[in-house]
Ligand binder design. Structure first.
Ligand code: PXG
Length: 289
């Protein structure tokens, strides 16, 4: 595996960064996770837009143009000869001293890893996931804005550990007001009486690229109304179907929530149609390499 770090490619064992990197010391940095299908990078420009917005959100001045960053992603995929891949971009504040002041870090670092990710075994795409509601809330925008894809993932990781302890695959997270926000690495949708609903970005969630693609496909291909509105756990308990979206997960049905079946407890018809439309869409679109 060839890993890009700050202008050079390294083998897996030689790909290293400083222990003084503030990405490690403080989680001071941002990242992206991108999928490629059939030698095409899915929604590359949307991911680059989000990465540049995330950098703005943490006052990190990029030392690469967007065009350079785009080419680095494509070149990393080419070098690794991957037809279908998961690309992880990490931008850290770079090395500095042992102090919080970002001005001590002269230049940011860019890491690009191209490999594979399997978030959920295949069986869950037929049977649906079992998920629980975490007791941990997503932070609000005035604490650590969930719209920014930062390297601070402990909130998500601890909630995911609660899911694992309960024998579930994912954890649903509410915001401080008790509205449904998202899962630890996926966005949330439910279907009720032929309409689809997902929380608005203001509920405190990542503006998922797969979420956006799902909204577009639901409207254009399935001809269903999609509403972005606040809802509580009660709406999910009464839903006909529920599914999650994410780069690694794609579209994945939910079978049970907190031990109780959602709808019939199986992948519903809207979810199945959306999964098929998403597969078609992802296979036929994206930047070639
Ligand atoms: N919410 C959170 C908190 C996420 O981290 C999503 C929603 C879905 O967003 P996208 O843009 O992917 O549709 C994410 C995505 C990983 C990994 O381990 C991270 C995510 C997805 C898949 C893998 O690198 N985060």
């Amino acid at each position: 595996m060839q890993i890009y770090i700050d202008g050079k490619f390294y083998g897996e064992n030689d790909a290293k960064i400083s222990v003084f990197d503030h990405g490690l010391l403080y989680g001071d940095g941002v990242f992206e996770g991108i999928s490629s299908y059939n030698r095409r990078v899915f929604k590359l420009d949307e991911h680059l837009d989000r990465l540049y917005d995330s950098m703005k959100g943490i006052l990190l001045q990029p030392s690469w143009t967007r065009a350079e960053m785009r080419e680095i992603v494509l070149e990393t995929l080419r070098r690794n000869k991957l037809d279908n891949a998961y690309v992880r971009l990490v931008v850290t504040r770079g090395f500095g001293n042992l102090g919080l002041d970002m001005r001590q870090c002269p230049k940011p670092s860019l890491i690009v890893i191209a490999g594979h990710i399997q978030l959920y075994p295949k069986v869950y795409y037929e049977q649906g996931l079992n998920i629980i509601t975490s007791g941990l809330r997503r932070p609000s925008a005035d604490t650590l804005n969930p719209n920014i894809k930062t390297l601070n993932y402990l909130n998500n990781i601890m909630a995911r550990a609660q899911a694992a302890a309960a024998g579930a695959q994912e954890a649903l997270m509410l915001n401080a007001q008790g509205h449904v926000a998202e899962c630890t690495g996926d966005n949330v949708f439910y279907v009720k009486n032929g309409a689809v609903c997902t929380p608005p970005l203001s509920a405190g969630l990542l503006d998922g690229i797969t979420r956006r693609a799902a909204i577009t496909l639901l409207r254009s291909k399935l001809k269903l109304p999609v509403r972005e509105e606040l809802f509580s756990l009660f709406q999910l308990m009464c839903a006909d179907e529920m599914f999650l979206t994410g780069t690694g997960a794609e579209i994945v049905p939910v079978a049970t929530l907190d031990g109780k079946p959602v709808g019939t407890g199986k992948a519903g018809p809207v979810t199945k149609k959306l999964m098929a439309e998403f597969k078609k869409h992802a296979a036929a679109n994206g930047a070639r390499y």
